[in-house]
Ligand binder design. Structure first.
Ligand code: SF4
Length: 381
């Protein structure tokens, strides 16, 4: 099997990744949101310098793709003018996902955590080491990867190291920030980072590291909320697009509705101040839309690690997917588009697909080497 290339870092604006169709330039929205003006600006930049779409990622970031190397310096200048770039060092550490449906206090925790993480003592944290701020009940981000987690629990918030079943109760936001930073310090000083600069909290604990009493606890996190769907919410609106790719004109339609736009890790955008649904053919606002039942990564030819095309197959099989199920077509076992358990996952390998039921792309398949034609014929609900 052609193993996916595992990099110890995520691409960012300062560290773009060369893909099959040009550079991928990822923007980490400050505090998980952009303004309507920034959204319009990004739409313009996607058309001017990239492929004309703005992609949402599984870690609530935005990315432009198809950027020519010659256009990269001008794009960076334009992103800076839009207020979407920090400095290279702090941007690399801005690996934080916050509940997009959050109350205002969540933003304050994120802001102060980012301030703390900008200190030099945290420069050794691995590129993929991330924070999740999910203090509501039920939790919205239970399925989202993150090494240090501030989560909702009965009666308040807890701090939980990923890999530990329970966490330590927190009295308030100040304590949430200081304890999260203490946990990051402990990770660094207790040998969580390997000689190659990589390391994850769950692996560190599984390898036998003992959390100090001051950072451990016996409080269970609150239950997990169902994954949100596109359309009107209690307050505001969730908008999706096929495979999380928002065309420039669709993004402009959303920004025209006004207010901030929060980026979710569900490949949707959430507009907390909008109740009127923008009318645009590229926007998915109906939870029953068949394209909501399938996730697919870039695949060939855009991703150099892929040896199958993905989105054409995903579009074909989407109408056959039973309501309530989530399927995933992944160009390789890395599973960028949906790095979690799906009802059915098709994983590209040597030009064909392996089939995983109730698992992730890196789990053992129940069938191997299916051609797209065989999938069309045999893969039935
Ligand atoms: S999952 Fe898809 S996008 Fe990610 S590396 Fe594999 S082929 Fe590329």
């Amino acid at each position: 099997m052609s193993a996916p290339q595992v990099k110890g870092w995520c691409p960012g604006a300062f560290r773009p990744m060369m893909s099959g169709d040009g550079l991928v330039v990822r923007v980490r929205p400050p505090l998980g949101a952009i303004s309507a003006a920034q959204a319009t600006g990004l739409a313009d930049l996607a058309e001017q310098h990239g492929s004309g779409v703005v992609e949402t990622t599984a870690r609530a970031n935005l990315q432009l793709r198809g950027v020519a190397e010659a256009a990269y310096p001008a794009l960076m200048q334009d992103l800076r003018a839009l207020g979407l770039l920090g400095d290279a060092d702090s941007e690399a550490r801005r690996n934080l996902v916050l509940d997009p449906f959050h109350a205002r206090g969540t933003e304050e925790i994120a802001r102060r955590l980012l301030e703390g993480l900008s200190k030099a003592e945290f420069s050794g944290l691995p590129g993929k080491f991330g924070f999740v701020i999910d203090p509501g009940t039920p939790r919205r981000l239970a399925g989202i990867s993150g090494d240090i987690r501030i989560e909702g629990a009965a009666g308040g918030m807890i701090l939980r190291a990923d890999g530990a079943a329970t966490g330590r109760r927190l009295r308030n936001s100040e304590e949430a920030v200081s304890q999260a930073l203490d946990l990051a310090r402990w990770f660094l000083t207790s040998g969580g980072v390997g000689a190659d600069g990589r390391g994850r909290m769950a692996r560190h604990l599984a390898d036998g590291a003992d959390l100090p009493d001051a950072l451990a606890g016996d409080v269970e996190p609150s239950p997990s909320a169902p994954e949100p769907q596109p359309g009107p919410q209690d307050v505001g609106l969730c908008a999706a697009a096929a495979f999380g790719q928002f065309t420039a004109s669709a993004l402009r339609a959303l920004s025209g509705a006004g207010g901030p736009i929060r980026v979710t890790p569900y490949r949707m955008l959430y507009l907390p101040d909008v109740m009127i649904q923008p009318d645009h053919p590229d926007l998915i606002l109906d939870p029953q839309d068949p394209l909501r039942r399938v996730q697919a990564c870039t695949g060939m030819p855009g991703c150099p690690q892929a040896n199958v095309t993905t989105r054409d197959l995903a579009r074909r099989i989407a109408p056959r997917i039973p309501d309530g199920q989530q399927w995933h077509v992944s160009g390789c076992a890395k599973g960028c588009a949906y790095p979690r358990v799906a009802d059915l996952t098709l994983v590209g390998r040597d030009g064909a697909f392996d089939l995983v039921k109730q698992g992730t792309p890196w789990d053992d398949p129940i069938r191997r080497g299916l051609s797209p034609l065989e999938i069309d014929e045999q893969v039935r609900p």
